[in-house]
Ligand binder design. Sequence first.
Ligand SMILES: [Zn+2]
Length: 290
Amino acid sequence: MPDFFVLFDNLKRTSVLSVLRFNRQTKPKRGSQMSQLNSILSLFEITDKNIIVKQISTKISPTGLHIHTINADLINDPIRCPHCGFKTLIKNGKHLSHIRLGTLNDGRYQLDLNKQRYLCRNCHETCGALTDIVQTNATFSNNIKQQVVILAKKSLPAKTIAEILAISNSSVQRILNSLSTQPYRIKKLPEHLCFDEFRSCHHLMSFNCCDAVTHQCVVMLPDRLSKHIIDYFESHFSLTERATVQSVVVDMNAAYASFIHQLFPNSVVIIDRFHIIQLAGRALDKERVH
Ligand SMILES: [Zn+2]
């Protein structure tokens, strides 16, 4: 081979080697990059090691909200088929799930999770990789549901919770309804009822109704507004059920007497002895002091 070609060949080799060396020096290690990207999940208390973050992208919604999308893979290789128990699973594509994570620095974060799917060669059933950050077929992560409950316990209105977590008002209601148990509805109204009020939180007077015989609570309402009391009994009990009530014991609150016959057409209004004696005692005290 002539000297010129030997020199050219050597130059080509060194340039290729230098490019390889350059690439090796500048390209960050795959593991360290992944761990940096995965660290964002720890902000949302996601510690599932099967979730591998690939990239994070940001876009601005028409309302000016920053929407950060975390693109990740969920790879959780099950050894046996959950349907038949045989070790006959093969990879069968991926399923993309959109999971809402919550807000951070006024930006909304969502996780686009590619879940690995598997096909069983024995029973021909399919299954997928599992994670505990979200329930099956749910859009909201368990963390965001927990945040809704924590904020609701602070007596914040649903609209405010929705604004804080950048979710819709109806989603807040749906999450709360799914996590709360419906109050027990008594099948039959007692024949004798007692109405009274008591001072509850925020210096408000709440309404309490109980069975006059057994003293078991029938309902407790957050306020004592006539409208809400009428709404409760009319929406929970039919007229036939309400017609079975024979007496309602009340204090001297004139507002109750105005709608008791409307709610319970066959009832008699009885003023509680305690309140009559209390009134007489107070009047006597006032006159004595005077
Ligand atoms: Zn199977």
